[in-house]
Every structure is written in C-alpha cells, then in structure tokens.
Design a protein around this ligand. Sequence first.
Ligand code: FAD
Length: 646
Amino acid sequence: MRIHSLSRSRNLLLIFSSNTAISIIFYLATAGNRIFGNFALGFSISILGSTTSLKTLSTARSGKSTFARVNRLGNIYNDNIAANKRKSRKIIMSGSKSSGDVVGGKKHEVAIHWFRNGLRLHDNLCLLQATEQSSTLLPLYIIDPDAPFAQTTGRKAGAIRANFVLESIEEMNTKLSEQSEGKSQMIVLQGKPEEILPEVVKQLGATALFYEREPAAPIRESDAKVLDRIDTKKVKVCGFDTHTLHPMEHYLAQTKDQVAPSTYGVFTKIFNKMSVPEEVPDVSIDENFPPLPLSIGDLTAGKADSKDACQWKCPTLEELGYDPEDLENRFESGIDFVGGEDAAVALLDRMMKRTQWVCTFEKPKTSPNAITVDTTGLSAYVKHGCISPRRFYHELSKVYAKCSASKLSKPPVSLHGQLMWRDYNNLMAYTTPKFDQMLDNPVARQIPWDDDPKILDAWKKGRTGYPYIDAIMTQLKQTGWIHHLARHSAACFLTRGDLWQSWERGAEVFEEELIDADWSINNFNWQWLSCTAHFYQYFRCYSPVAFGKKTDKDGEYIRKWLPQFKDWPTKYIYEPWNAPLAIQQQNGVIIGEDYPHPIVEHKSISKSNMARMKAAYDEHKATVAAASKVKDGPKTLSKKRARTKK
Ligand SMILES: Cc1cc2nc3c(=O)[nH]c(=O)nc-3n(C[C@H](O)[C@H](O)[C@H](O)COP(=O)(O)OP(=O)(O)OC[C@H]3O[C@@H](n4cnc5c(N)ncnc54)[C@H](O)[C@@H]3O)c2cc1C
C-alpha cells in the first residue's frame, strides 16, 4: 500500500475494505469546530491493482441497440453504455413524473453527484435533480493522477488545461462549502473512477448516482467500466445528456436509420426543426441544500475522534506532476482564462454587451493572428461546463432580438452557427466508430501519411522555419488557445499542405495542449483540415506565408510570439530566410543558426502533396467501386457509418 506524503502533522489512515486495496488518508483539521466545514478531505488514494476484470469497450459497443427515452425537459436518459446489461439496469428518467427517483416524495438517503464537466450552478439539470432528490449528497470529483483530466484514455491534459479544471473544481468547492455554511463541499479523490466510485457507493450505502454524460467515445467507454461495477439493483444511475444543446439521440430520432447527416447543411435542417430547451433554474445552495452524507462519518469511524473533521483538499498542479512554470504566459492571448463558472459568466456577459459585434459576427472574417482573442474565447468554459451551451445560445438569441433581422449573420458563420457546429461535431463523433483514427473509421479517406517524429516535433515546438506557423504553435504552447483559423493553418501545414504527417498525431498534440481540448470537436476538425473527411477540396491549401499576411501585414503577431523577430523588417517577417545576411546579423537572428531554415519549400511541396492526395482519393474511389461489386452492394461503406449503438 502506497501512502502519499502528507504535509499536515495529524493524519489518519483509513482503509476501505475493498478488493481494490484503496487507502485513503484523511487529514484531520487542525482547527475549527464546524462539523463538516473542516471535515474531510485531502483524500489521497493509492490503488494497488484491482482484481476485478473489466469488460472492454468493444464488448460494450457491440450492444444491439441503444435504449433511450426522452423526457419533457428535453433530456434523455439512455443507457448506451452497455446495452447488454439493460436487463439488470434500471434506467431513470429523472425530471419527469415517471422518473421513480422520488417515489411518494421519498428522497434518496444518500446520493452521489459525480462531477466531470458541468462545473456550474446555472442550468445544471443533473445537479439540480441530485439536490432535489437527495436527503444527503456527496459532490464528488475523481482525478486519475496517472492521466489527469484525460479524454483519450491515458492521455493527460497539458498543464494549462489541468490548471483550468483545477481552478473550476476549487471554485465549485468554495461555492458548495461557503454557501452551505459548511454543510457541503466538493470531495476530490484520486485514482481510477472505475475503482474508486463503486467503492465509495458501497461505503456510503448510496442509492443514487447522478452524472452528466458526454458523447465522446472514450468518456463513454470509461463510464461503462464504472457502471459495470455498480449494482444497479441497489443504486439508481441517473445520467443526463446536457453537454450539448440537444441530446445526441434527439438528433438521431429525426434522421433516417439513425445515421448522422453527412453535411452541416442537412444537420441545420434537422436542428431548425427542434427548439433548444430553456435553461433550468439555478441550483441554490441554501439551508435546503443536501448536506454531506452522515455515513461519510463511517469512513472515519473508529479511526478518528468524531469531533474532528477531515479537510477537503484538491491536489495542486505540482502534486499532479505539472510544472507551474508552464503557466507563466497563459493569459497572453488577451483573455484571462481563469477556470470556473464566475469567470465564464463574466466573459459571456462581456461578449453579449457587444450587440453589433454579436449580431454581425462572421467567423471567416475574424482574424487568426489578432493580438487579442478575436472571437468570444468561451470554448474552454463551454467544454468544461462552466457555462451551459444553452445559456450561451439563449443569450445570443436575446442579443439578436435587439438587431434588425436583415443585419443578422446566419449559420454556419454566426455565433449560433458556431454552437451548432459544436453539436454537429459531437453528433458525428457519437455515431462514427473509431472516430479518432483513420483505420476502421468509415468516414475517413485512407491516406498514406508519412510518420516522421522529428518533423512532428519541429512542428509541435514551433521550429518549422515558417514564422507564422511557429508563432501559432508558440501561442498554443504558452496559452492553450489559438484562433480557429490559426488551428486551420497549423493543421493544414502538418498534414496535406506541407509536412504530410498523419492528422492523428496533430490531434494528439492539440488534445494535450488546448485549454478547450474536446475529443469530438478536435478529431472532427483534424479530419476536416487534412481532407480526410467532411471536407474534400484538397486543392485549396493554406499558405504559411500569404494567409497570415492577409490579416496582419506587419507581422505583429509574429513579433509578439517570436520575440527574436520583434524588430525584424516587415518585408522579411514572414520569410526571414530571404533577408540578406547583413539584415540577419543586424537583427541578431541568423537563419540556420538561431532560427531554422524552412522545413520544406511550401510552393513545391504543396503541389506534390496535392498529387499525393489525388492518388489517395482515386484509390479510395476504386476501393468503394470494388466494394460495390461485392454482395452488400454500393452502400457498404456508408452502411458501416451507421451508428454503432455504442
Ligand atoms: C484543428 C482544429 C482543432 C480544434 N479543436 C477544438 C477543440 O478541441 N475544442 C474546441 O472547443 N474547439 C476546437 N476547434 C474549433 C474552434 O477552433 C474553437 O472552438 C474556437 O476557436 C474556440 O474559440 P472561441 O470560443 O472564441 O470560438 P467562437 O467563435 O466564439 O465560438 C463560440 C463557441 O462555439 C464553439 N465552436 C466554435 N467553433 C467551432 C467549431 N469549428 N467546431 C465546433 N465548435 C465550435 C465553441 O464552443 C466556441 O466556444 C478546433 C478547430 C480546428 C480547426
């Protein structure tokens, strides 16, 4: 058993009776008389390997159909996690009269609200239902210290996103504990959710588990592992699909054969038939807010003086293995991306005050290389649920109502259109198997990418020799955020444009470094930019020189992010290799010594890459034609794309 070192002198070891050998260390509060305010918890957990074997995801995915029911509030409670377990699992439709959650007004004695996204009190149906239906409630966050805040299993978030989530958790904890006057607080445990959560359920005797689902496959896969280990005869599992404007199943209910529309245009038609559900009331943390379960005391029974309480403690960035120095420049994009609902609401309010800007917003007209964020900058807050996408959508509607209809921009380029892209990306990801890879992904063109780690590394580190691209990658590294068209430029450059590396590698880097990293949106966009799927005009290519110049002739953006070029003559700022040696010497940057030569010659390589794309597309066509001759006929490939009933 591994015991994490503690900074506090008085501590107590508590051992969960469990086959997973979980050890939990409670810090005893050094001061304070509040019963729960100081209670718990710097839980630090070591898991010494579980004896329980887990079902693999593919097993879960092979389920025949998705169970789904829709309630009045427009939320869906579908168990698409392990369809083969349906018989034994009781599915709840909380929020509807028939939910069965509060039968005859009886609340759950002990319930757990498992936070992941949804770190907010406004428009949070899951938390609202949990508070209304429970006598006592454990607000729980689980961090896997081996891969904190991973989306793809095992791929830890970079320091900037990790810090953002920690700040959001801290803020939620402050709200819970201060507004409840110490009756509640966030409990943060470290370990694998599939090992910790079932143990906590058991230890507390919880009869209900509330959590918000996410459409992304790896999250659903990990949820399946958790739910596999919970006895659903004893525990009501209440999942909420509020991560997007509409639950994915609502879209699919509108489609033929439950296949996601293959274009945004068709998606828009479906979207327009539905109205975005209104927000639910804010969760108020008042005297009626359910306190922490009394049974939490059982965790310390016999181990502590009962008047002592444990103290909540979220691990620090350093404790999770990050280097705080990585945060030094994180606000340099021009918005202080501080995690949490308060900052999210303040930023949304600030943006919504810009009436004309909101009404006439057209994404392609915003600038990839503006010095300060040229769009709303809300993506990290939306991703982590600090702001509800529905609040965002409805606030936009309110602003639109103030403008003349003829001036309003429209989807796909308007801000409503951006949120619709988000839902569409999620829907594609939700319905497409192997969405994060080329092989066995039925929407992906098979393209014979090169695989050169040195080239990938040069791109990732901003050492390609193209200042526009290197400035983008530097901004990404230092702040976690880059403009949408900067993402376009960098992604095109890595893949079909110049370096001919797989989009999968690029998506991995973005998933690690973006503050708003979202598995579904990220993979969708990488497929798009590499002309792997969704977009096929490979002959339209972003120039790493000309494209940036369109919006930033003087190269201010490059000067900011690559300070060695601060005083460089404008004439050479995008192409420093063309500067005479005297100018290089004068400005203290010798190309080939202080800054790399261009990694490729864009004009020629982009041309030859187009020829490679054409060949790959031709081969794809031939494969489809050959497939059409076999028994299943011409629809083989598209049939495969039919939703997987994961
Ligand atoms: C290669 C690549 C990878 C990307 N990876 C991610 C990612 O991991 N996470 C992420 O949230 N966005 C991603 N995007 C989409 C987009 O670039 C960002 O959402 C946007 O730049 C965030 O800035 P904003 O909040 O100011 O956007 P705004 O323009 O203000 O848009 C408002 C909101 O709409 C959503 N949105 C905007 N653009 C898109 C889009 N194209 N697709 C889906 N949703 C969108 C976001 O939630 C955003 O906050 C990626 C784009 C590319 C080209």
